[in-house]
Design a protein around this ligand. Structure first.
Ligand code: C2E
Ligand code: MG
Ligand code: MG
Ligand code: MG
Length: 284
C-alpha cells in the first residue's frame, strides 16, 4: 500500500507515525494527571469456593474513568504505565485503595480476601515491601486478608531480589498467587522457589474445557501438580456451567469469572454478595 502510493504514501506513513507518538504523549500526560485527579477506580470480581459455594475473595481490577472518554480498561494503559514508570504510583494507589475497601467490608461483616495485581516493575522497587506493610498498617486490614497476584515472569528479571521480597511479604502473613499460570516464560524451578499459596489457571486454558481434550489435560496436570505441592488453585475466566462442573469434579478449589459476576464497583459488590460469604452465613 505504501509502495503503491509512492512519495505521498511515505509522507502519509510519516505523519501517522507522528500522530501515534503524539497520542502516546497525550495519554501519558493524561494518565499522570489521572492519579492526582483521582480518576482511577477499582472494580471487584468475586472469587467463589467450590467446596461450599461461598464467596471467599475478590480481585481488585483497576479502571480509568477518563473525562470525555469513559471507563478505560487496564489493557489500554497498564503497559504504558509500566514503560514510563507511572505504574509505581498507580500500583501504590491500587494497593492502598484495595486494602481500605477490604477493611471496610471486614467491618461490615464481610471478611474477604482481597487480591491485588502487582506489576514486575513494582516488585523491582527497593521500597516495595515497605509499601505493602504501610498499606496494611494504614488500612488496618489483617495481613491474611491480602493476596498479591504476581506473574511467573516477575521473578525472572532479578531472581534473588524478587524471591527475597516475596519471602518477606509471605513472612508478614500476606498470601501470594501466581496470575495467568501456564502462560509465562518461567520454568517450574522458579515456581518451586516461590513462596506461593495459590495458582490462578489462566483463562486461555479454561475457555475450551470440557470440549478440548488438550486443555482438559493441561488443567488436570496443573491440579495434580498443585495438589502435590500443597498449593491451592483458582480458575479464572469461568463462563459456563460445563466449565464449572469440570473444575469441580477435578478438584479445583475456587473459581472466578463472568458465570458468577463480571468485575463490579464496590457498591454493587456489597449489594450482591453481602450475604454470600462464609461468615455472613455463619452469623445468621
Ligand atoms: P488479570 O489479572 O488476569 O485479570 C483477569 C481479567 O479477566 C480481568 O480483565 C477480568 O475482567 C477478566 N475476566 C474475568 N472473568 C472473565 C471471564 O469469565 N471471561 C473473560 N473473557 N474475561 C474475564 P481486566 O479487568 O480488563 O484486566 C486485565 C488485566 O489488566 C489483568 O489481568 C491484569 O493483568 C491487569 N490489571 C488490572 N488491574 C491491575 C492493577 O491494579 N495493577 C496491575 N499491575 N495490573 C492490573
Ligand atoms: Mg489478576
Ligand atoms: Mg489472570
Ligand atoms: Mg490476564
Amino acid at each position: 500500500r505504501v509502495k503503491a502510493a509512492g512519495r505521498n504514501g511515505w509522507q502519509f506513513f510519516d505523519s501517522s507515525m507522528a500522530r501515534l507518538v503524539e497520542q502516546r504523549l497525550d495519554m501519558e500526560t493524561a494518565l499522570r494527571q489521572a492519579i492526582e485527579r483521582e480518576e482511577l477506580r477499582l472494580y471487584y470480581q468475586p472469587q467463589r469456593s467450590l467446596e461450599d459455594g461461598k464467596i471467599v475473595g475478590a480481585e481488585a481490577l483497576v479502571r480509568w474513568e477518563r473525562p470525555g472518554v469513559g471507563m478505560v480498561p487496564p489493557q489500554e494503559f497498564i503497559r504504558l504505565a509500566e514503560e514510563n514508570g507511572l505504574i509505581v504510583a498507580l500500583g501504590n494507589w491500587v494497593l492502598q485503595a484495595a486494602c481500605s475497601q477490604a477493611m471496610a467490608w471486614n467491618k461490615a461483616g464481610m471478611p474477604l480476601r482481597i487480591a491485588v495485581n502487582v506489576s514486575v516493575v513494582q516488585l523491582q522497587q527497593p521500597d516495595f515491601v515497605a509499601r505493602v506493610r504501610s498499606a496494611l498498617k494504614r488500612s488496618g486490614l489483617p495481613t491474611r486478608c491480602l493476596e498479591l497476584e504476581i506473574t511467573e515472569g516477575a521473578v525472572v528479571a532479578d531472581v534473588l531480589d524478587a524471591l527475597d521480597k516475596l519471602h518477606q511479604i509471605k513472612a508478614m502473613g500476606v498470601e501470594l498467587a501466581v496470575d495467568d499460570f501456564g502462560t509465562g516464560y518461567s520454568s517450574l524451578s522458579y515456581l518451586k522457589q516461590m513462596p506461593v499459596d495459590r495458582l490462578k489457571i489462566d483463562q486461555s486454558f479454561v475457555r475450551d474445557i470440557p470440549n478440548n481434550a488438550d486443555d482438559c489435560a493441561i488443567v488436570r496436570a496443573i491440579l495434580a501438580m498443585a495438589s502435590n505441592l500443597k498449593l491451592q488453585v483458582i480458575a479464572e475466566g469461568v463462563e459456563s456451567e460445563d466449565q464449572l462442573t469440570f473444575l469441580h469434579d477435578e478438584g479445583c478449589q475456587e473459581v472466578q469469572g463472568y458465570l458468577l459476576s463480571p468485575p463490579v464497583n464496590a457498591d454493587s459488590f456489597i449489594a450482591r454478595f453481602r450475604d454470600a460469604g462464609r461468615v455472613a452465613e455463619a452469623s445468621q
